[in-house]
Design a protein around this ligand. Structure first.
Ligand code: NDP
Ligand code: HSE
Length: 433
């Protein structure tokens, strides 16, 4: 028979960046944690691929499992911490097995929570165990708690933010240095800030995983990663970043989730945001998340979205909740009560747009372009030709008033076919918060 002051005994699968960070934090703050939750948190078992690998932390007192899934069956464990990664495979098998064995689960795995979150939340609810995932969104920023606990009494209408530190770092350096995307990405990889395969980060997939989780939490609907409109930052040029600056904006990779009477919009794409806005001020590897509650108003949290220390901080906060007996529903409402996601198509989005055209500098070119905008009832706020080069190509930059995405994409498809337009038109959405 166990008593409430007995240590919480955990097994950690994955001893990479986050796993070793979690071990280090638990060992450093053992006494502090005990004083805060009335019991110790003891690492009873660990698993990783290579037992002989040096990890810079001492886990010799813990039982070693070559097979992470087998660790879920260890009868001594109260909770399993999944820090392997990946939406499927070992991570998913481990979490399913741990829940099946009646053990609490803590994970930092946004891909798994975005793609399997509902299934796992239902299983955890049926088994009467906690499924905690604070570290999966924005690393060290307690954004899950902000929405689920802090805004528990609010209707939430919109959540948005900078959810990927790698992309924000690249866009920040491009703005500061005037360099192009490929050049800055290569440097970030050489410095170890970006992965050797950076596609999840720079193509918006990582941010979309996180946004899908936040959407479910904020609106009480099923996690619907497939409904997120995703664009990355590869096509953002130094020229657009410079023009954005002249217009009072910064370009950020934003995740935006908004609920309307018609449904739920989820989108990840580069945005122009007012340079002086709180979200516009989030630079470098930092993340920032804004949640809008009907009684609390707009709340913003900013901090480190990745790295061993910040991510371990979120993992251990979840373990402390389990040790204290705090048991909030996984996605803020009972998993069985999650509503269908009611996704809105991107075509129905409305907003202002920045357009940059590369055109031959000849009489009548602007007239052809504006005639197409007139046909789609798109109203131009400002138009500026950059430079003068008769017979040569020049940039024409336009800001258009709020319009429907469907009208804008159709108009740009027609503009792209004009003989005088020599490159694919650039379009970046503007968010005036
Ligand atoms: P790493 O690649 O650094 O570590 C992964 C660990 O998993 C390694 O220790 C590896 O073992 C182990 N592993 C891989 N396959 C198996 C397997 N079949 N059985 C047992 N162990 C296995 O990943 P991170 O620590 O960076 O990320 C872990 C999770 O945290 C991911 O879901 C990630 O998305 C998430 N996350 C990461 C953040 C970060 O800053 N890194 C921030 C927020 C979330 P071995 O060492 O022996 O190869
Ligand atoms: N790769 C992510 C980022 C960190 O660049 O923000 C893990 O979520």
């Amino acid at each position: 028979m166990r008593c409430p002051s007995d240590p919480l005994r955990i097994g950690i699968a994955g001893l990479g960046t986050v796993g070793t960070g979690t071990v280090r934090l638990l060992q450093t703050h053992d006494e502090l944690i005990r004083s805060r939750c009335g019991r110790h948190i003891r690492i009873a078992a660990v698993s990783a691929r290579d037992r002989r690998k040096g990890r810079g932390v001492d886990v010799s007192a813990a039982r070693w499992y070559d097979d992470a899934v087998a660790m879920a069956g260890d009868p001594e464990l109260d909770a399993v911490v999944e820090l392997v990664g990946g939406a499927d495979g070992v991570a998913l098998a481990l979490v399913r097995a741990a829940i099946g064995e009646g053990r609490h689960v803590v994970t930092a795995n946004k891909a798994m929570m975005a793609e399997r979150g509902c299934e796992l939340a239902r299983a955890a609810e049926q088994a009467g165990v906690t499924l905690a995932y604070e570290a999966s969104v924005a690393g060290g920023i307690p954004v899950i708690k902000l929405i689920r606990e802090g805004l528990a009494a609010n209707g939430v209408s919109r959540v948005y933010g900078i959810l990927n530190g790698t992309s924000n770092y690249i866009l920040s350096v491009m703005r500061e240095s005037g360099r192009e995307f490929d050049d800055v990405l290569a440097e970030a990889q050489a410095l170890g800030y970006a992965e050797s395969d950076p596609s999840f980060d720079v193509d918006g997939v990582d941010a979309a995983h996180k946004l899908a989780i936040l959407t479910s939490l904020a609106f009480g609907c099923e996690v619907d990663f497939g409904a997120v409109h995703i664009e990355g930052i590869r096509h953002v040029s130094a020229m657009d970043i410079r023009y954005a600056g002249e217009l009072g904006y910064k370009i950020k990779l934003l995740g935006v989730a908004r609920r309307t009477d018609e449904g739920v919009e989820q989108r990840v794409h580069p945005c122009m945001v007012p340079a002086e806005s709180p979200i516009g001020s989030v630079e470098g590897v930092y993340n920032g998340v804004v949640a809008e509650g009907d009684f609390a108003g707009s709340l913003m949290a900013e901090g480190r979205g990745a790295g061993a220390g910040p991510t371990a901080s979120a993992v251990v906060a979840d373990l402390i909740d389990i040790a204290r007996g705090n048991r909030p529903p996984t996605f803020a409402v009972a998993a069985s009560a999650l509503a269908p996601s009611r996704p809105l198509p991107m075509d129905s989005h409305r907003g202002p747009y920045y357009i940059r055209l590369t055109v031959v500098d000849l009489p009548g070119v602007i007239a052809d372009v504006t005639a197409i905008f007139r046909d789609f009832e798109i109203s131009i706020e400002s138009i500026v030709q950059r430079g003068r080069a008769p017979g040569e190509t020049v940039s024409v930059v336009m800001i258009v008033h709020e319009t429907a995405e469907a009208a804008m994409t159709s108009a740009l498809a027609r503009i792209a076919k004009l003989d005088s337009v020599t490159e694919r038109p650039q379009m970046i959405r503007i968010e005036d918060f």
